[in-house]
Design a protein around this ligand. Structure first.
Ligand SMILES: *Cc1c(COP(=O)(O)O)cnc(C)c1O
Length: 316
């Protein structure tokens, strides 16, 4: 298991790459939630999500130990992050994306000079192809969450939150494969164990929730507008950390995600991803039964396909 030392090393390693994102406090959100709500704004991070933290920690470490080629399999935020960091370090890379990726995602990877290879429609096909390229090139494959360096990189979000906000009671974290949650848990629980860390998943993608109930990795189908959370099971490395440290894991409905997405856009003028709106929905709909607490919601990213925004809005 990774330790807070790994997260501190990651913080040093990625200092010149990832931004220290600001904390926003919204009175409107605080009022309707009955708590003091702080937003950790990773949607303002380079490449539009926290994924640059784990990807750069992994890629920099791998090049220090001799890797000369990098691959990954993701058309989403992780693919963009890997394209960005390999371009910055002049390391050749291939990002394997599905045949049916939206043009806007492919364009974003192209914008960071990433080399794209289209392959199949399932994640198994893409993973196999990315690993094949890694073997052919003597390079490394960068997993989206189930890797110690990726997890430690994401954990830097936790170290920053502790430096930026005083007297935190609760931190809310959206959960896909659990890289972000396990990193933050390691950073927070090994230094400030009294702070509660709660994961948030869509009801329609509750694999980590079920895994915690069953005390073993359990897969479950995922169909949610929160596309960053559409993993079908937690990772082999992330799940033990989550099981050891997490205080609770709460679920939000698609309707609640749309409400939170719309509220944040209208009232705070921030464009966040539906994946991140889950961490707002959890407080808006009082899933965590808290009052007058200092709560930090991790806004994990802000990459949305603008053509799809109408599907995310809740117009009442
Ligand atoms: C990847 C991602 C998540 C989930 O992170 P995991 O480490 O897979 O749990 C949440 N939000 C956004 C915006 C993401 O890109």
């Amino acid at each position: 298991m990774i330790s807070v030392k790994d997260v501190q090393q990651a913080q040093e390693r990625i200092r010149d790459i990832a931004r220290v994102t600001p904390i926003f406090q919204s009175d409107q959100l605080s009022n309707i939630c009955g708590n003091n709500l702080f937003l950790k704004t990773e949607h303002l991070q380079k490449t539009g999500s926290f994924k640059i933290r784990g990807a750069s920690n992994k890629v920099i470490q791998a090049t220090e130990t001799g890797a000369t080629y990098v691959t990954t399999a993701s058309s989403g935020n992780h693919g963009q992050a890997v394209a960005y960091i390999t371009n910055s370090y002049n390391i050749p890379s291939t990002i394997v994306v599905p045949e049916n990726s939206s043009q806007c995602k492919v364009d974003a990877i192209h914008a960071y000079q990433g080399k794209i290879e289209k392959c199949g429609t399932t994640s198994e096909e893409r993973l196999a192809r990315a690993q094949e390229i890694a073997t052919e090139t003597n390079g490394i494959y960068v997993p989206p969450y189930d890797d110690p360096f990726v997890m430690a990189g994401q954990g830097v979000v936790g170290l920053e939150i502790i430096e930026q906000v005083e007297d935190i009671d609760i931190i809310l974290v959206p959960v896909g494969g659990g890289g972000l949650l396990s990193g933050i848990l390691t950073a927070v629980k090994e230094t400030h164990p009294h702070i509660k860390v709660i994961g948030v998943e869509p009801e329609n993608a509750k694999d980590t929730y079920l895994s915690l109930q069953n005390k073993t990795i359990t897969s479950s189908p995922a169909s949610t507008i929160a596309d960053g959370l559409r993993t079908s099971q937690p990772g082999e490395l992330t799940f033990p950390v989550v099981m050891k440290y997490v205080d609770d894991l709460v679920l939000v409905s698609e309707d609640e995600i749309r409400h939170a997405f719309t509220f944040v856009m209208e009232r705070t003028k921030q464009l966040i991803e539906p994946s991140s709106a889950t961490a707002i929905a959890a407080v808006m709909f009082n899933k965590i039964h808290a009052k007058d607490k200092n709560i930090v919601s991790v806004i994990s990213g802000g990459n949305v396909d603008v053509d799809q925004i109408d599907q995310f809005l809740k117009l009442s």
